[in-house]
Design a binder for this molecule. Sequence first.
Ligand code: CAA
Length: 257
Amino acid sequence: MAIEVRREDRVAVLTINRPDALNALSSALLEELRSELTAIAQDDSVGCLIITGAGEKAFIAGADIAEMATKTPLEARAYAELGQECANLLETMRAPSIAAVNGYALGGGSEIALACDIRLCSENAVFGQPEVDLGIMPGWGATQRLARTTSIGFAKELIFTGRRVKADEALARGIAQHVLPLEELMPKALEMAHAISAKSPVAIAYAKEATNRALAGDLATNYMVEADLFSILFSTEDAKEGLRAFTEKRAPEFKGR
Ligand code: CAA
């Protein structure tokens, strides 16, 4: 198995483990990723997911270029849809996901990172969409998610030029939320993941669902959905407990219902 999943309480840590190819995602690896993400999405005991790459050089160096060289257009379409499915699972699963970007996040690697809710990166991280250098274009979501995460002009610049972006620029452009020395990346990701996992899972899931709509649909509907989800939370024991605990000056005990 080239994908490892370990648990630390309510935090799941998923590592892409193919360092000899800089964690490039072959079709077989992508299928394994889909199956692990599907299992995590269905597991209510997961409060937050961290996704990272094995080794100290790469998060994910993209789709597998050697494999792509042999693909027919129809096989390429299936590869794009499989990558999009993995990215969509990350975006829509109830539990938040944190990309711990520990090096190259190029092409499909950048796209998997962009599908996560939050991106932390090490000082040696490099983001980019170099597909045009291969005579192709992004296929796992960057044409939409990079534009929505940064700006349409910046997304077009990166997608049209293939220019690589280092950690500080990624931070300035909102691609990464924090830049850390490599040895501090996982401790920070785990600290954040445990903090998120300690909240009411239903409040987090609804907050994620409402926030995901920020860049989709019309504003009036999105405000209505936000108010609907906000009000539904008042029927949960967690909301009653959280609100009561504040006034009683004690830490809340959330039960996920
Ligand atoms: N696919 C397959 N193998 C890859 C790979 C990839 N995306 N990226 C790196 N590798 C392999 C290399 O072939 C090499 O293997 P060998 O040792 O067997 O020769 C090994 O990983 C180490 O790579 P390098 O020797 O190239 O390492 P480097 O430090 O000199 O360069 C790099 C690092 C700049 C990341 C360079 O490897 C590189 O440019 N990789 C390709 C990045 C890329 O173009 N990604 C986009 C792919 S297209 C895509 O993802 C489409 C999409 O939208 C889904």
